[in-house]
Design a protein around this ligand. Structure first.
Ligand code: DCT
Ligand code: MG
Length: 401
């Protein structure tokens, strides 16, 4: 764009000639037509992040480093890589050069270095050596066992264990969850499809309806955000009549048990009491509902719409194991529970950070507390919670941060 006529007039301090004023006006509208490069907001909960995006070649790499930082119990580093990856997921275009990163928030020095290397050489040496490292591979395999966290996996790694079966061969003492984790390792590491999630929904609906009429059962987690596969199936159960949901979980589990549909279950009781707990935010905001971590036995051909023949299983046993999480929430907390259980994990984390740092509020899956007003803010829908937080509403399908 040649604007020498404008700079010359300005340098000479002369008023603009009529035709130059016209040219300036046209330029103004051109600027409107071609707005400056995409602006990206700095909290993930302020952005729309679709499931499919343009930069997987970069985000996969950054997420390996995030995962490895988790294996090393370096949470700060892990979150930094996850935030960088998340910014790239929200971009409406492919990142082709370093210029595309200008003005983007949350990109730390380390992430930028990794991105630069990938853009220039096609791969990052740090990411590749991490991917191939014995520690990363062993930690990935061992934490891939249901019931095994980073601490146990790390201890076993130091003792020379590498694979889930090593836990059995070396006679490690395993709790019930871990025993089930090893037993069903292959199934539980096979992605759960949307079809299978729907089949499980039907089973859960049948179980809940058998013991309480009028309950509302909603599919949460990744499937609510539009994912085609997941590592588990998450359900939130409530009832319009506050209190009717009390005692529901054991009855549902009994029913499932009687039908032979449960391979494993462990329930934690609802421990949230607003009056007692006050606004204090539990470190993990999700662990205070009546919640059941379970493994379902899903029969072949039960997924899909009633067809008994299913070509996706040609061999193997007549059923597969599927991880299912059930959560029961009182209706007054249902909007908060829905928001908290939809994810993604980073989106949730960023919502809580936004609430605390920008609004002086405390958000959990149970409630929203306004510290300035010193009161709880009620909400009957996710939209109302976003409004309380001064955020534009982001639908579940765009919370894939
Ligand atoms: N969640 C969270 N913080 C955690 C764990 C979970 O905010 N530490 C929320 C967000 C998602 C929801 O709970 C369900 O958790 P997951 O099943 O682990 O996540 P997901 O998004 O459903 O992933 P996947 O598709 O692999 O099951
Ligand atoms: Mg899930």
């Amino acid at each position: 764009l040649d604007i020498s006529w404008l700079t010359e007039s300005m340098a000479e301090g002369k008023p603009l000639a009529i035709q130059d004023r016209h040219r300036l006006k046209v330029m103004g509208s051109l600027t409107l037509i071609n707005p400056p490069a995409t602006t990206v907001k700095s909290y993930a909960c302020q952005r729309r992040t679709p499931l499919k995006h343009h930069n997987t070649f970069l985000t996969d790499a950054l997420e390996i480093l995030a995962e490895n930082a988790e294996f090393n119990e370096n949470e700060g580093r892990s979150v930094a890589f996850r935030r960088s990856a998340s910014v790239l997921k929200a971009l409406p275009h492919v990142v082709r050069g370093m210029d595309d990163l200008k003005n983007l928030p949350c990109l730390g020095e380390h992430s930028v270095r990794v991105i630069k290397e990938i853009l220039e050489d096609g791969t990052s040496s740090e990411v590749e050596s991490t991917r191939q490292s014995e520690q990363y591979q062993a930690m990935k395999a061992l934490t891939g066992v249901f019931g095994v966290g980073v601490k146990s996996a790390d201890r076993w790694f130091r003792e020379g264990l590498r694979r889930p079966l090593d836990l059995i061969h070396t006679g490690q003492k395993l709790n019930l969850a871990q025993q089930a984790g090893v037993q069903y390792y292959n199934d539980l590491n096979r992605p759960v499809t949307k079809r299978e999630a729907v089949a499980i929904s039907h089973i859960v609906e049948k179980a809940v309806n058998a013991v309480l009429s009028g309950a509302i059962i909603t599919l949460m987690g990744g499937f609510r955000r539009g994912k085609e596969v997941g590592h588990d199936v998450d359900f939130l159960i409530t009832h319009l009549e506050e209190g009717a949901e009390e005692g529901l979980m054991p009855k549902v589990l009994n029913w499932l048990e009687e039908q032979g549909l449960l391979l494993y279950q462990k329930t934690t009781r609802n421990s949230y009491l607003e009056s007692k707990d006050g606004p204090a935010r539990p470190p993990h905001n999700l662990d205070r509902f009546e919640r059941c971590f379970s493994i379902f036995k899903l029969e072949k051909g039960k997924e899909g719409s009633g067809t008994s023949l299913n070509t996706s299983y040609d061999s193997g046993p007549s059923w597969r194991a599927v991880r299912v999480d059930l959560v029961v929430s009182p209706f007054s907390q249902f909007a908060f529970a829905t928001l908290g259980w939809t994810g993604s994990k980073l989106f949730e984390r960023e919502l809580r950070r936004w609430a605390g740092q920008e609004k002086g509020m405390s958000l959990s899956s149970h409630a929203l507390y306004d510290s300035k007003q010193q009161r709880y803010l009620r909400a009957n829908s996710e939209e109302e919670i976003f409004a309380h937080l001064g955020l534009e509403y982001i639908p579940p399908s765009e919370r894939n941060a």
